[in-house]
Ligand binder design. Structure first.
Ligand code: AMP
Ligand code: ZN
Length: 520
C-alpha cells in the first residue's frame, strides 16, 4: 500500500488507482529554450524514483511528459516574451531549431542520469488542434473572454479556483498581487485570469503561430470593442459577421499561439483521459500553472481532473532557489566537466526527500561520492567473499532490511529513510562477514538485495560492478602470490602484496579458506 502526500488534500493518503494495478502519471516537462539546470533535474530524478517505486511494487505505469516548445512566456502572467522566440533571437537561430536542439539536449541529460523516458512525450507544437478544441469547450461554457492580446479564462467563474494552493479565490488574488507573481494585464477581469490563446503582436512577426478559426456570440458593445482591437492588430481577423437582434455572431481567425497552461491540460487528457491518477511537478507550479490546469480541465469536462497531486521541492544554493534568473545554477555538463559523475549527482538528489528543500554544496556532492564508494566496496567484497557459514541472524537482517526499505518508499517515497535502511544492512552484513556469519550464497543474496534496491534508486550498480571487476593483471598477480606462498617464498609474495596495494588499491587477507581481496 503506497501512501502519497496529496497537495490537494494537504495530507498523506492511501493510493487507490482508478484502474486496479495501473497508474497514470503526468509530469510537467521542460521548456526547451536552454539547458536544464540541476535544480530542474532534481525534480525529474525525484519523479523518476516515484515512477520506479510503482513499477517495482508491481504497478503497470503509463507515464506522459510534455515538451513545452512554444508558449511559455518570460513572466508567469502571460506578459513578456516567449522564452523560445527570445532565445532564438539571441542565438540567431529559428525558434524551431532552438526547440529541437534543447529537446535533444534534455533527452541526453535524462539518459545520462538514468531517468526513464516517459512512454509518451507529446510536443506542444504538435497538439495545437487539441488545445483549440479545449478552448472551444471553455468558450461554449462561458469561461472564455477576449481582450486586446488574447483569449482569457475567467477564474471567478470556476468554483474553488484556489483549492490546490489551499487559498480562497480572494486570498490567492491577494497573494499573487502582493508577491508580484502576476502583473496586471489591461482588460483582464481578475488578476488570476490567464491566457488560453495569445494573439500574435501587431508589430512583430512571430515564428511560431497558428490560425485559430473560432465563432463567438457577442453582444453589440463587446463586438464593437473587439472590432477596435482587430483594427489595431491584423492578427485578429474578422471573417464573417451575422447581426441578430441583440447579439452578433462573429467568425474570427485569431492568429497566435497557445497559453502555457492549456498545453498541459490538453495533452495530459488526450493521453491519460479526463481523470487520471497522478500529476507531478515542482512546487512553484502550485499557485499558477497547476491551479490553472485544474480550472481549465474541470470546467471543460465537469469531472475531477487529477486524483493525486505531487510536488517536488526546490534545490537551493545558499538558501535561495537555484534558478536561471538568479544565475546561481549549474547544468549537468558543468558538474561532469568538474569531474563529478552522474551517479554522484543522482545519489545526492535521491538522498533528500522530494518534499524537502535540498541545499546544493560541493561538500554534499563529495559525501554522496563517499556513500557510493561504500556501496560499491561492499558489493565487491561480497562478490569475493569466501567461506563463512549461514546463520539465522543473516536471514533476519536480510528480510528486515528489505521490509524497511520498501516500507519507507511506500510511505510517500521516503528515500532518505530507505537509503538509511540500505546502509544499516551494509553495516550489519559487513560485521557478519568479519564474524564469518554469512555463507557464500548469503553473500550472493546480499548483492541481489542491493540490486533490488537499485531498481528504485536507479544507480546502475550492476553495470558499475562489472566495470570494477579485477583486471587480468591483478588476477594473475594474486595467483602468482599464492603460488609463491605455497612454495615458502614469503618475501617475494609480500612484494606482490605491496604492488597490489599500491597499483590496484587492493588489500589481501589470508584466511583458512584461502586468500580474499578487498578494495581500499
Ligand atoms: P521549467 O523549465 O522552469 O518549467 O522547470 C522545469 C521543472 O523544474 C519544473 O517542474 C520546476 O518546478 C522545476 N524547478 C525549477 N527550478 C527548480 C529548483 N531550483 N529546484 C527544483 N526544481 C526546480
Ligand atoms: Zn505543466
Amino acid at each position: 500500500m503506497i501512501k502519497i502526500f496529496n497537495t490537494l488534500s494537504r495530507r498523506k493518503q492511501k493510493f487507490i488507482p482508478i484502474e486496479k494495478g495501473k497508474v497514470k502519471i503526468y509530469t510537467c516537462g521542460p521548456t526547451v529554450y536552454d539547458y536544464a539546470h540541476i535544480g530542474n533535474l532534481r525534480t525529474y530524478i525525484n519523479e523518476d524514483i516515484i515512477r520506479r517505486t510503482f513499477e517495482v511494487l508491481g504497478y503497470n505505469v503509463l507515464h506522459v511528459m510534455n515538451i513545452t516548445d512554444v508558449g511559455h512566456l518570460t513572466s508567469q502572467a502571460d506578459t513578456g516574451e516567449d522564452k523560445i522566440e527570445k532565445a532564438a533571437k539571441e542565438k540567431q537561430k529559428t525558434a524551431w531549431e532552438i526547440a529541437e536542439f534543447f529537446t535533444q539536449e534534455f533527452f541526453k541529460d535524462i539518459e545520462t542520469l538514468n531517468i526513464k523516458k516517459a512512454h509518451v512525450i507529446p510536443k506542444a507544437t504538435e497538439h495545437i488542434k487539441e488545445m483549440q478544441e479545449l478552448i472551444e469547450k471553455l468558450k461554449e461554457k462561458g469561461y472564455a473572454y477576449i481582450i486586446k492580446d488574447g483569449i482569457y479564462y475567467d477564474t471567478s467563474k470556476f468554483k474553488n479556483y484556489g483549492k490546490l494552493s489551499g487559498m480562497s479565490f480572494k486570498k490567492l488574488n491577494k497573494y499573487l498581487i502582493e508577491g508580484a507573481r502576476v502583473e496586471p494585464v489591461e482588460g483582464k477581469k481578475n488578476i488570476t485570469d490567464f491566457a488560453l490563446w495569445k494573439f500574435s503582436p501587431p508589430d512583430k512577426k512571430r515564428q511560431m503561430e497558428w490560425d485559430y478559426i473560432s465563432e463567438w456570440k457577442l453582444d453589440k458593445k463587446e463586438f464593437e470593442k473587439i472590432k477596435s482591437f482587430s483594427e489595431e492588430n491584423h492578427n485578429i481577423k474578422i471573417l464573417e459577421v451575422k447581426d441578430r437582434e441583440d447579439s452578433v455572431f462573429v467568425k474570427f481567425n485569431f492568429i497566435g499561439f497557445p497559453g502555457w497552461h492549456i498545453e498541459c491540460s490538453a495533452m495530459s487528457m488526450k493521453y491519460l483521459g479526463e481523470t487520471f491518477d497522478i500529476h507531478a511537478g515542482g512546487i512553484d507550479h502550485i499557485p499558477i500553472h497547476h491551479t490553472n490546469e485544474i480550472a481549465q480541465s474541470e470546467a471543460a469536462t465537469g469531472k475531477r481532473f487529477v486524483n493525486y497531486w505531487i510536488h517536488c521541492n526546490f534545490l537551493l544554493v545558499n538558501g535561495q532557489k537555484m534558478s536561471k534568473s538568479l544565475g546561481n545554477y549549474y547544468t549537468l555538463r558543468d558538474l561532469l566537466s568538474k569531474g563529478y559523475s552522474w551517479r554522484e549527482i543522482r545519489f545526492l538528489f535521491a538522498s533528500a526527500h522530494y518534499r524537502d528543500e535540498q541545499n546544493f554544496t560541493f561538500e554534499s556532492l563529495n559525501a554522496a561520492k563517499n556513500g557510493l564508494d561504500r556501496i560499491k566496496n561492499f558489493m565487491i567484497n561480497l562478490k569475493n567473499f569466501k567461506g563463512g557459514r549461514h546463520t539465522k541472524e543473516f536471514t533476519k537482517v536480510l528480510l528486515e532490511s528489505k521490509r524497511e526499505f520498501i516500507k519507507s518508499m511506500s510511505d510517500d517515497f521516503n528515500t532518505p529513510k530507505a537509503i538509511a535502511a540500505m546502509f544499516n544492512f551494509i553495516n550489519n552484513v559487513n560485521r557478519m562477514m568479519e564474524e564469518g556469519k554469512i555463507s557464500e550464497s548469503d553473500a550472493k543474496k546480499s548483492i541481489d538485495l542491493i540490486l533490488y534496491f537499485d531498481k528504485i534508486l536507479g544507480l546502475k550498480l550492476e553495470e558499475w560492478l562489472k566495470d570494477e571487476e579485477l583486471d587480468e593483471e591483478a588476477k594473475k598477480l594474486i595467483e602468482e602470490r599464492e603460488r609463491l606462498r605455497k612454495e615458502g617464498k614469503f618475501e617475494e609474495a609480500d612484494k606482490i602484496r605491496e604492488l597490489l596495494k599500491e597499483k590496484f588499491k587492493i588489500v589481501l587477507e589470508d584466511t583458512k579458506d584461502g586468500t580474499r581481496w578487498k578494495r581500499i
